[in-house]
Design a protein around this ligand. Structure first.
Ligand code: PMT
Length: 234
């Protein structure tokens, strides 16, 4: 039986990939299927949490029952939904793959194949949603007790520096828990299974067994439940 240890906990989870429009028919995107974030939402709801899922583009992630879903396209739309909803959340989890850059301008009409061949795409930097949430919490716009969880998709393996990158990212982003996925070679993005490590801000590091995204979700939520302050769970 599933533990019912997240009863009443308000959770906002992002999932899927953002899409950054180039013109009315084209975009820059990534291979996130949303499966990991949706598995988290499903598992959290089954453990009693009140879950809002802020979903970018997905492919076949399965509809979670009893979860409010808000659909977004771009990183800036995702940021706006996450920031508003984090203000009354106990836990915020950024499982989405957010585009770091967006085209500087969105063409009003479909870009035509020119006579001069392809033209360069100019990019601007997108906001870092996770770092912004941590800053909002530091400034009191989000409750100080809110637990903030990030993900990191890193190429390589434990010996190849994935963990070092993860540790550096945990410090840089300032979240409470970082889920580090080893990606590349067809791992994590779009797959049914996942593996990686859980790194906490207070220095605990736990390896996760290779298994379904549902199993991964339940291990992540065990750690989240331990981080939610006592007394916050009604
Ligand atoms: O969707 P699936 O197919 O199931 O795959 C799951 C996944 C591999 C996409 C997921 O588990 C995952 O690792 N998500 C984060 C991927 C990622 O983009 O990592 P990153 O290292 O670029 O970003 C680090 C963290 O900052 C993430 O929590 C990300 O959501 C956040 N971020 C990144 C960029 C940005 N501009 N704003 C952000 O908030």
């Amino acid at each position: 039986a599933l533990p019912y240890d997240l009863s009443g906990v308000r959770m906002v989870i992002s999932a899927g990939g953002t899409r950054e429009a180039l013109d009315p028919v084209r975009y820059l995107g990534n291979h996130s299927s949303g499966k990991q974030g949706y598995a988290l939402a499903r598992a959290a709801s089954q453990r009693g949490a009140r879950v809002t899922l802020v979903s970018g583009a997905t492919s076949d992630p399965g509809e979670p029952a009893s979860v409010e879903i808000v659909h977004v396209d771009s990183a800036r739309e995702m940021q706006s939904e996450m920031t508003t909803r984090a203000a009354d959340a106990d836990v915020v989890i950024m499982a989405a793959a957010v585009a770091d850059f967006r085209p500087t301008a969105v063409a009003g009409a479909k870009i035509k194949k020119g006579d001069d061949g392809p033209s360069p795409i100019h990019l601007d930097t997108n906001p870092d949603i996770l770092a912004g949430l941590v800053a909002d919490r530091a400034q009191g716009r989000i409750p100080r007790s809110t637990v903030i969880v990030g993900f990191a998709a890193e190429t390589g393996d434990a010996d190849g520096g994935v963990l070092d990158h993860g540790r550096a990212k945990l410090r840089r982003k300032g979240c409470d828990l970082l889920v580090v996925n080893a990606v590349g070679g067809g791992k994590a993005f779009g797959t049914e299974d996942n593996t990686g490590w859980l790194l906490t801000a207070d220095g605990r590091e736990t390896g996760l067994p290779f298994g379904s995204k549902t199993l991964m979700a339940s291990r992540i939520l065990d750690e989240v439940a331990a981080l939610v302050p006592d007394g916050q769970v009604p």
